[in-house]
Design a protein around this ligand. Structure first.
Ligand code: MN
Length: 231
């Protein structure tokens, strides 16, 4: 079965600018990406390139550089490689909301990644613009009746680790456009943006609003986070 069957089944590509993944871009391999995604609930999609697709986990609280912070990472469907460059607005349907590229770079497995995925312990090094150093994804035991596969994203102790929770509060802008998620949500022309790239839409894009500083909502415990984008 095509690795992207589930991904495609959830989306209507006439409606969304997300890539269908029919044409895979050439990469040097080992792409690493984190998307900040303000859907029904804000989360961070953690993606690692392997075997021509992006393995993906939805991390509710986002990553942290503190090894004591074990962040819940729900395994989700593989995404196409082309998704690695995506940001914009998913207008309706599955995952509706705003997406910015929160971090990207390369990743390196520290052990055989296929073995690691099988046994539920993936150890790797990130060479991102923001996140660097050694991390692990560890699969939790599945409880009875649990449909989702829950993993934990954990920072290993190394020179990039911190005793403080250094995480998504430290960096709030896209590594691609420089926009915050709030600016992306309000940006003109983004809705018309298609993965093929329409030059017309590009020129209509509004400049990020910098004059009036958007008040960033305080991040509290996951459960009290307001839904930022109506679905
Ligand atoms: Mn998502």
């Amino acid at each position: 079965m095509d690795r992207l069957t589930t991904y495609r089944a959830k989306r209507d590509f006439d409606q969304t600018a997300e890539p269908s993944g029919r044409k895979a871009p050439k990469t040097a391999g080992g792409l690493y990406v984190i998307h900040e995604h303000a859907a029904t609930r804000l989360h961070y999609d953690f993606r690692l390139e392997l075997d021509g697709v992006l393995l993906s986990w939805a991390v509710t609280k986002g990553p942290s550089l503190n090894p004591a912070d074990k962040r819940l990472a729900v395994h989700v469907e593989d995404h196409p490689l082309a998704y690695g460059g995506f940001e914009g607005i998913i207008p309706s349907g599955y995952g509706a909301g705003t997406v910015i590229l929160w971090d990207n770079g390369a990743w390196e497995p520290e052990e055989d990644p296929h073995e690691g995925l099988k046994k539920g312990s993936l150890k790797f090094t990130l060479h991102g613009k923001r996140l660097k150093g050694s991390f692990a994804l560890v699969r939790m035991k599945r409880r009875e009746g649990e449909k989702r596969e829950n993993w934990l994203l954990i920072k290993h102790r190394d020179k990039y680790a911190s005793d403080e929770t250094i995480a998504v509060d430290k960096w709030t802008r896209s590594v691609k456009s420089g926009r915050t998620i709030e600016q992306m949500a309000k940006a003109k022309g983004v809705r018309q943006w298609k993965s093929k790239g329409s030059p017309k839409a590009e020129t209509r894009e509004a400049k990020p609003r910098t004059a009036k500083k958007a008040k960033k909502p305080k991040r509290r415990a996951d459960d009290s986070l307001p839904a930022r984008t109506p679905v």
